[in-house]
Design a binder for this molecule. Structure first.
Ligand SMILES: C[S@@+](CC[C@H](N)C(=O)[O-])C[C@H]1O[C@@H](n2cnc3c(N)ncnc32)[C@H](O)[C@@H]1O
Length: 232
């Protein structure tokens, strides 16, 4: 079994070995990979829906790692007892679902050492929520897979100075570290925003959305300048 670039990148952001739960595991590819290739002391794969839970059970059985991966049926972090694992992965879901999973079992989430999040959408509002709810962003990465960009956000409990909301939309650690894909990602985003501006501004040049996107594009130019100064 070969991990996709997205799943491989998630694994690269874990601090291994660790005790870990993969929430919303579906196929259980990451837990199986960890069972076969690392010394993780505990590996839990969980899903709240019966079909993916059955798929995870079956894949774990086929990979012959039943003794290493504990597959559980249940919602979010509620499958865990207090301090059962150090790390959680919550990947391949919308930002709003991720927020809900963390918010529903907030005390358990605050008891984890690190949470590796990979939202399929809404990364900006997820970051804002995390920072407003005592989570600190300690690492981030972009990964390109199947012609799409995916964001990965690693958080730990703790306070973080509330950053500029534009930086939270883009990813403060992506900028600080000068992620190698950030420049291309920003170019794509700008192209998307310019298209929206063009579509709306034909009839409504002063529409608040047009003004907001133009201001965000100005801020983006500043970020791009910083990135180009890293590479000089
Ligand atoms: C698109 S799959 C992602 C699978 C895998 N994590 C990945 O990134 O490739 C999303 C999975 O999350 C599960 N899921 C959605 N909400 C959940 C929740 N609150 N608790 C546990 N699992 C959830 C779904 O049943 C589904 O199997």
């Amino acid at each position: 079994m070969k991990l996709s670039p997205r799943l491989k990148k998630i694994v690269s952001l874990l601090e291994l070995p660790t005790s870990i739960v993969d929430i919303g595991t579906d196929h259980a590819y990451i837990p199986i990979h960890l069972a076969k290739n690392t010394n993780c002391s505990k590996i839990i794969a969980s899903d709240c829906n019966r079909a993916p839970y059955q798929a995870a059970l079956e894949h774990v059985r086929q990979a012959d790692v039943e003794d290493k991966v504990d597959v559980r049926l249940g919602c979010g972090l509620s499958v865990l007892s207090k301090s059962e694992v150090q790390t959680a992965i919550i990947a391949g879901m919308g930002g709003q679902t991720i927020r809900q999973i963390i918010g529903d079992d907030y005390d358990l989430a605050q008891g984890l050492d690190r949470i590796v999040l990979q939202p399929m959408a809404g990364a900006g509002s997820l970051r804002k929520w995390l920072v407003n709810n005592n989570f600190k962003i300690i690492n981030e990465a972009l990964v390109a897979d199947n012609d799409k960009f995916y964001q990965i956000i690693v958080v730990t409990p703790g306070s973080m100075k509330l950053e500029d909301s534009f930086l939270l939309e883009i990813g403060p650690q992506l900028i600080e570290k000068g992620d190698p894909l950030l420049s291309t990602y920003l170019d794509n985003l700008e192209e998307k925003w310019q298209k929206i501006i063009k579509d709306i501004a034909v009839e409504l040049p002063d529409h608040p959305k047009v003004i907001n996107l133009k201001s965000k594009i100005d801020k983006m130019q500043e970020v791009k300048k910083c990135l180009s100064s890293y590479t000089k």
